[in-house]
Design a protein around this ligand. Structure first.
Ligand code: BGC
Length: 901
């Protein structure tokens, strides 16, 4: 037996995080038995585990989340192990892990300092001090952003610290481990503008949260104070000129001033300082130049082969005064560099050489890019450049592959979408002058995110900010952190407050998130309730404010084309019901009976009113769009017994639109899931495999390496389809990957035994793929599922269920349902019936034309097949063939059938 992935609050060996609650989790691998029969956690003051401070044991300690009810002290490292035994007596002890408290409620002795009357965008604070050699800690917060150095060496490996959050409500300080020299030491902290005070947000202005540079720090050894920020620190103008998240960054080493002046105390107080929740943003991948392009316009362009978010690191040696100018872009146009779709984000870097050879990188900004245009370097060599993909330090948990290279590319694009946008907070895009925490995007992608990566700690911090925003402004905003956005948000966006905590609970089985967010969840549900009350209390949310089914293709008013064609009152009322019922469910889990009853009753009243308003007496839905059907089915809004009929109508609608989806941000993430849940898996697959606009593979065919914001962000000829709001790295539509896990692979968490302690595994096989496999390092341990089919009859299925978990497995193509415990399973069998229907020239042409394998055959023998008027399509080709209009001789029909067989 091996014990792995030991974490505290979902983080490995956290140092200096907010440890308000301390929850331990672990996983067990290579056990002889199947179940945990006993576990013991020990917490000690020393790494040898001699001085035990706390222990807890029993059969019931949860591998997902066991609270450690230990009284902790500030500035202290605790060591812990977990021992596990299974029912066979096999047992093991984990490695020694640790967590270290931050300051807790210890007040700061250091004060915030700033630079006065200094014309710089990069004040550099320094202080030389004496110390004894050895380990120490730096507690620090610098605003906008900081980078700190001790004795010339960088402290830590994180970027864009202290991160971004609602700075009006809380400021995060970080803890770094230091190694001090004997005698003299020098600390240097360089500050830049960043999110706090730089140009950022929808309004485009600067200083959303503050106008001054601020620094507070203490160096301690245990509780002993070694150094603190005060007016004995010096400050000078650093080498970085203009800088900002949306702006360029200029690095001119020669411009660094020698003129040190004393720092002054700032008016900022320490009350809002809290231990961090933000994970560090670090370099997660280093990408090398794939090609140096010399464009028709005479430019030198580096192609890193992958759209991403991050910075460029490069080695350079040019004569003194040379200006090196780098610009960043996502796509080329006619072979030339292009960046018109970046709005007014500068997305550039300027380096003024001081003649020395250097490796340079950006300190206080990041870019969304695949291409970098280089000017000012005499000899551009690929090996001198590295694109560093930056994002929050999340562990990747899911991998998914199929036998279809295009589908695989789509999956990769989705993962890169998350890599590019889970940078400190969940952003909409990483490149233009937005990069904002649009709550709708966060919400729709959250399930996919939890399959791709261990997203709990990242989203937990974002959800804290959701609550902070509600507390601060009295309403939830479209964007979190809100920056200049003070207006109340709308349906689907505001529902981030309920859906994300619920998703995290379902995926990780840790109730802490529900407890921490419960007031926030209620706040959002109550907001909708108040809107409803103010409008007469019909238990509907009738409003025309909102983004609707954002970017759906079915709006008939081009002026409002972005909002899609689904009625806003319908969508708002649907989410009103859905979120209210999630509050009731959370209340139940938290044993808050009164609230459970209140919100259940409210939800029931909304459901009743919703059905009266939006369904006819015979169960037909009054809002006739793909998204409306998908939402009604997904959220459980259809009158009892009418669900299948609604699903049939949804399928018919998709067929009537030529087998194409028309959905936007709301409908797309759930469309295929709903189809699969009501027996239309094959149709879901056909949407996935469609290659015409709008479809996922349309973008793949055009060379996309991330998910685009719009279905048609790029035209078929490769030209960018408009510069306004057109990002090539927006993850929302990547949420199809959640369908792939839940249906194509068929693994679904069970909210009654959350955290993947129990799952359903019911792979949906299709004629479109012969193979799919998945590895998912779930919170409960590692699952593996892979299937292969042959000739529509033979199935090979392999499954691995982790220790202490269980699965209800349906063998595809059979009625066999098995209840299985931990272990590895392998089945190979022939099905009684074919796994999917096959079609030929005797089938109705309607069926045949949607049957994917037929398309290439028809293209060959009957190139005009797409032009048969739909009125004829209910007949078979055998019937239609002899007609003069079609004129297909019997031999050709036979040949088509032979090939299809
Ligand atoms: C963002 C979106 C966001 C939307 C709100 C856009 O500009 O990029 O992703 O959700 O506005 O409608």
């Amino acid at each position: 037996m091996k014990i792995v992935d030991c974490k505290i609050n979902h983080i490995t060996d956290p140092v200096g995080y907010d440890l308000d609650t301390i929850n331990a989790s672990w996983k067990v691998a290579e056990a002889k038995g199947k179940k945990q029969a006993f576990a013991r956690i020990l917490v000690a003051a020393d790494p040898e585990m001699q001085n035990i401070l706390y222990s807890t044991e029993g059969a019931e300690l949860s591998i997902l989340c066991t609270p450690l009810e230990l009284k902790t002290s500030p500035f202290t490292r605790y060591y812990w192990t977990v021992t596990v035994a299974d029912e066979t007596g096999d047992s093991s002890v984990s490695d020694v892990h640790y967590f270290e408290t931050a300051r807790m409620d210890q007040s700061w002795e250091g004060r915030f300092i700033t630079a006065e009357r200094m014309d710089t965008q990069n004040p550099v604070f320094t202080r030389t001090f004496r110390a004894r050699k050895g380990e120490a800690r730096l507690y620090i917060c610098g605003l906008g952003l900081y980078r700190a150095f001790l004795n010339g060496k960088r402290i830590g490996n994180d970027y864009l610290a202290p991160g971004c959050n609602d700075y009006n409500m809380w400021l995060q300080y970080r803890t770094y481990e230091l190694e001090l020299e004997e005698g003299e030491n020098t600390i240097l902290v360089s500050l830049g503008n960043g999110w706090y005070k730089g140009r950022f947000g929808l309004g485009g202005g600067s200083c959303c949260y503050g106008s001054g540079f601020e620094l507070i720090a203490e160096i301690r050894r245990g509780s002993e104070l070694i150094l603190k920020t005060d007016d004995s620190w010096q400050v000078h103008a650093g080498p970085i000129g203009p800088n900002g998240i949306y702006d360029d960054e200029t690095f001119d080493p020669a411009s660094e001033s020698d003129d040190n002046v004393p720092a002054v105390f700032s008016a900022l107080t320490t009350e809002k300082l809290q231990a961090r929740l933000s994970l560090p943003v670090i370099v997660k991948h280093e990408l090398k130049v794939q090609e140096i392009i010399h464009s028709p316009a005479g430019e030198t362009i580096l192609d890193f082969g992958q759209n991403m978010a991050g910075i460029l690191r490069f080695r350079v040696k040019e004569p003194v005064g040379t200006s090196v100018h780098i610009q960043f872009g996502e796509i080329l146009q006619s072979g030339n560099f292009y960046r018109e779709n970046l709005g007014n984000a500068a997305a550039e870097y300027i380096y003024i050489s001081d003649g020395k050879e250097r490796e340079v990188e950006q300190l206080f900004t990041y870019y969304g890019f695949r291409y970098a245009k280089v000017e000012g370097i005499s000899d551009v060599r690929a090996e001198d450049f590295t694109a560093c993909s930056l994002y929050s330090d999340l562990d990747e948990t899911g991998t998914l592959t199929t036998d279809d290279p295009k589908v695989n590319q789509l999956i990769r694009n989705c993962v890169w979408g998350q890599r590019s946008n889970y940078l400190e907070f969940p952003t909409d895009c990483p490149q233009r002058n937005e990069r904002l925490g649009w709550t709708g995007d966060t919400q729709v992608f959250s399930g996919t995110a939890c399959f791709n990566m261990d997203s709990y700690p990242f989203l937990k911090k974002q959800m804290k900010d959701v609550w902070m925003t509600q507390k601060e402004l009295g309403v939830l905003t479209n964007i979190v952190p809100a920056f200049q956005d003070k207006d109340p948000t709308c349906c689907a966006w505001g529902d981030v407050a309920t859906i994300v905590p619920w998703t995290l609970y379902e995926f990780y089985g840790d109730k802490t998130i529900l407890r921490d967010q419960f007031e926030s969840m209620k706040h959002w549900a109550d907001y909708m309730y108040r809107q409803d009350e103010q409008a007469g209390g019909r238990r509907l949310w009738i409003t025309d404010i909102g983004f609707g089914d954002w970017l759906a293709m079915d709006h008939d008013n081009p002026k409002e084309r972005f909002c899609g064609g689904t009625d806003l009152a319908f969508l708002s009322s649907a989410y009103y019901y859905y979120s209210t019922s999630l509050v009731a469910k959370a209340a139940k889990i938290l044993s808050r009976q009164e609230e459970e009853q209140l919100y259940s009753e409210r939800a029931a009243a909304v459901l009743k009113a919703f059905q009266q308003e939006f369904f006819t007496a015979t169960g037909r839905l009054a809002v006739n769009t793909q998204t409306a059907y998908a939402v009604a089915l997904y959220m459980g809004l259809c009158p009892a017994g009418s669900e299948q009929k609604a699903a049939d109508m949804l399928a018919a609608k998709i067929n009537a639109s030529g087998g194409k989806l028309k959905t936007g941000f709301i409908g797309t993430p759930i469309l295929c899931r709903v189809l699969s849940s009501y027996g239309y898996s094959e149709l879901a697959y056909s949407l996935l495999m469609n290659e015409e606009n709008p479809s996922w593979l349309y973008a793949v065919n055009l060379g996309a390496t991330t998910i685009w914001e719009r279905w048609n962000s790029v035209n078929e000829d490769g030209s960018v389809n408009g510069t306004d709001m057109n990002s090539l790295n927006h993850y929302s539509y990547g949420s199809i990957v959640e369908w792939m896990y839940r249906h194509m692979i068929g693994i679904r968490p069970d909210v009654h035994r959350p955290g993947f302690k129990h799952v359903t595994i019911a792979p949906e096989l299709s004629m479109y793929l012969t193979r799919a496999s998945m590895h998912y390092n779930s919170p409960a341990g590692e699952y593996e599922v892979s299937w292969e089919t042959e000739k529509g009859r033979h199935v090979h299925l392999q499954i691995r269920i982790p220790f202490d978990a269980a699965a209800t497995v349906t063998l595809p193509g059979t009625d066999t349902v098995l209840e299985l415990s931990a272990g590895e399973y392998d089945w190979s069998y022939e099905t009684q019936k074919p796994l999917w229907k096959t079609y030929n020239t005797y089938s109705s042409f309607n069926d045949l034309r949607k049957y994917a394998p037929a398309a290439p055959v028809l293209d060959r023998y009957f190139p005009d097949w797409k032009n048969i008027p739909s009125i004829f399509c209910s007949d078979s080709l055998r019937v239609l063939g002899p007609s003069p209009y079609i004129n297909l001789p019997k031999e050709v029909l036979d040949r088509i059938d032979a090939e299809l067989a």
